[in-house]
Ligand binder design. Sequence first.
Ligand code: ADP
Ligand code: MG
Length: 207
Amino acid sequence: MATLVYDCIAGIAKTIIDNRDFLTDLDREIGDADHGVNMARGFQAVLEKVPQDVPDIGAVLKKTGMTLLSTVGGASGPLYGTAYMEAGKVSMGKETLTPEDLRDMLDAAVKGVEKRGKAVQGEKTMLDALIPALEAYTAKLEAGASLLEMLDAACAAARDGVEYTKTIRATKGRASYLGDRSIGHQDPGATSALLTLEAIRDYCREA
Ligand code: ADP
Ligand code: MG
């Protein structure tokens, strides 16, 4: 993974922007119909503000997180902002990443979201995609799998996590106002987290 981190971020931005209406429609069911709009606005700003030629992965992720924090809004802005900034802290100064580095970054991002959102797994949030992805990635890493196997496992686990959000009641965020009526709907934030992981996987496959 010696290529510029900007290209990976641009891949994430593209998938989020391409899925703006899908994410917004999911949020219409159990929220206020703005998740896709919020995220697409944030990643449009990221594409414009984040420097394309900086090789320091941590610096680029920090700038990405700060930009998301100031442009996305809603609950997800501070949460995704924190996720990128925390991943940036543990990769500051690095120009290439090992699979272990990537695990540490995902772990830092998850811990940041947990702390900022005061949420745990099973509350119908982005954590229901991110935590299983981290666990699946780590299991493959420890089993000596290839990077793509680790990322495929992470994406599969995140996809299962998104499916799982359909079966549970929201206890955090706007969707929690619906109580049991939130059951049967897929969580928008878990879905954008899945899209993010798939974009990272696709970037690494092509890099
Ligand atoms: P808002 O709910 O303020 O309109 P968004 O629609 O952009 O913000 O984002 C909603 C998503 O944010 C939810 O689908 C959920 O995944 C995530 N979310 C909300 N609250 C929390 C929290 N406390 N912890 C983790 N994720 C959360
Ligand atoms: Mg919303």
